[in-house]
Design a protein around this ligand. Structure first.
Ligand code: NAD
Length: 502
């Protein structure tokens, strides 16, 4: 099965053409003339191929195509947009194994998670397809003398810029609502895992999306990404990535007053109180940090455990961490695959010395994982005895690395949970309902799960506070970003108008 899936992914990549991966502009493949960069296979460290950094003219052409296609797409009845987006979902489902295989190959993510992620991409399209007919709906806000009503209108061509960790699922999350709202899109996927984005744009056109509605350009952040975010015809930027990149994008977009939606980094606490269901809390904490190779914005990267159960919890966790199955992403039994890139591997590995220099103890892992291949495999790692002030408790490592910190009581747990620059997600484990409510209220996070791992429900808002983001995805929140709200006030003809100059 492993060889078949890998061969399938290689065939798909080959189908994009012999040369470097280019762009998809105005409904057709554009080879591109920009410089090339290598794309690596995380599991082997070998080169999978090259992709092109879009030139200024190519970015301009993609934006021009999106601008030209905008009026007709925005004017299309929502029911017609719904039909096309459902067709996209059908085709994603039909090719889910192929998409998942491409994610395993160029993002190094394990098959057991990617097979579901591809299907979630289809669900994202279906969910927003069904909302397309009502996207423009507003409110009726009458007074005695005026009828106010609001309507929503798609904002225009938007840029969607995505990271490398779960590239396909994440991009559908942004692109589906943008298209459902009536916006046109220029997507720039991450340079370390660009292939599944090409698959998505091809599938969308096969489903009947008109040319120019959805364009994709490849390239580096500092060049292609920057050009896109500075372009005057791009009206909004939906960005998922690092917090410091978010700051750069805000600066780049400031001249043209871009609307921004940022989903950024996290250092999310999982807080385990002594009265929690020990086994379920342990399962969830480990799942949230070691699935997706720890390259997950909502990972539970800080384990805050009440002191009375700390030693028992850490011992149980360490045993499980040592037992995790690290290996070939295509092997259905693999739980942890390789990191995305040598540069990211070096970053994650560098935290081992940071941890021990600061006085934390490596309770599991801590070194390269041997025997799985020549790629970027790192052992799942657990730091114990850490303090909240340490760098390993403050900085986003974005790998299979968990930092465990003891706390004394509810107040201490809340103080420690909030003592980071980030505020994306928090996970609480307690069987005391009142405590669950109090802590959920007090933690600074955009999303809190009580007695649960991250279980996504598309109508709910997804996003972060503090350095973790601006804005929310999901449900109607997505449309608030991709659409302008207009208020119309109609007078009944009865109100008094001041008469000047009489
Ligand atoms: P990154 O910020 O380095 O890159 C993300 C994207 O931005 C890439 O496509 C990159 O090419 C582009 N980019 C880089 N510099 C740019 C610039 N100056 N102008 C325009 N575009 C630019 O992030 P990454 O390393 O690819 O991804 C990991 C990060 O993403 C982590 O911090 C993680 O927490 C975050 N993330 C957040 C969420 C969320 O929902 N909050 C989800 C997934 C990942």
């Amino acid at each position: 099965m492993t060889d078949t899936l890998r061969a399938k992914a290689l065939r798909t990549i080959k189908s994009f053409g012999d040369g470097a991966l280019g762009h998809y502009i105005g409904g057709r493949s554009v080879p591109g003339e920009g410089t090339t960069f290598d794309v690596f296979e995380p599991a082997s460290g070998g080169t999978l191929g090259q992709a092109r950094d879009a030139t200024g003219a190519e970015v301009d052409a993609a934006v021009a195509a999106a601008r030209e296609a905008f009026p007709a797409w925005a004017a299309l009845p929502g029911t017609k947009r719904r039909a096309i987006l459902h067709k996209v979902a059908d085709l994603i489902e039909a090719r889910a194994d192929e998409i998942a295989a491409v994610e395993c190959l160029d993002a190094g993510q394990a098959w057991r998670f990617m097979s579901k992620a591809a299907l979630r991409g289809a669900e994202n399209f279906r969910f927003f397809a069904d909302k397309a007919p009502s996207a423009a709906d507003g409110h009726s806000l009458p007074t005695g003398e005026h009828l106010n009503y609001t309507t929503r209108h798609p904002i225009g061509p938007v840029a969607v810029i995505t990271p490398w960790n779960t590239p396909f699922m994440l991009s559908t999350w942004k692109i589906a609502p943008a298209l459902a709202a009536g916006c046109t899109v220029v997507h720039k996927p991450a340079e370390w895992s660009p292939y599944s984005a090409r698959l998505l744009v091809e599938i969308a056109h096969e489903a009947g999306l008109p040319a120019g509605v959805f364009n994709a350009v490849n390239g580096l952040g500092e060049t292609t990404g920057k050009r896109l975010t500075e372009h005057p015809d791009i009206k909004a930027i939906a960005f998922v990535g690092e917090s410091k990149t978010g700051s750069a994008i805000m600066r780049q977009g400031s001249e043209t007053l871009k609307r921004v939606h940022f989903e950024l980094g996290g250092k999310n606490p999982v807080i385990v109180f002594e009265d929690a269901d020990f086994d379920r809390a342990l399962d969830a904490a480990l799942f949230m940090i070691y699935s997706l190779n720890g390259q997950r914005c909502t990972s539970s990267s800080r384990l805050l455990v009440q002191r009375s159960i700390y030693d028992r919890f850490i011992a149980a966790a360490a045993e499980r961490v040592k037992n995790l199955k690290v290996g070939d992403p295509f092997d259905p039994l693999t739980e942890v695959g390789p990191l995305i890139h040598q540069r990211h591997y070096d970053k994650v590995a560098s935290y081992m010395k940071v941890a021990t220099d600061e006085g934390a103890r490596i309770a599991a892992g801590g070194a390269r994982h041997e025997g799985a291949g020549d790629g970027y495999f790192f052992q799942p790692t657990l730091f114990a005895g850490a303090e909240q002030s340490m760098r390993v408790a403050q900085e986003e490592i974005f790998g299979p690395v968990l930092t465990a910190i003891p706390f004394d009581d509810e107040a201490d747990a809340i103080a420690k949970a909030n003592d980071v620059q980030y505020g994306l997600a928090a996970y609480l484990w307690t069987n005391d309902l009142g405590r669950g409510l109090r802590v959920a209220n007090a933690v600074e996070a955009g999303m809190v799960w009580v007695n649960s791992e991250n279980v996504r429900h598309l109508p709910t808002p997804f996003g972060g506070t503090k350095a973790s983001g601006i804005g929310r995805d999901g449900g109607d929140w997505s449309f608030d970003f991709y659409m302008e709200t207009k208020n119309v006030a109609l007078a009944y003809g009865t109100h008094k108008i001041q008469r000047l100059g009489v």
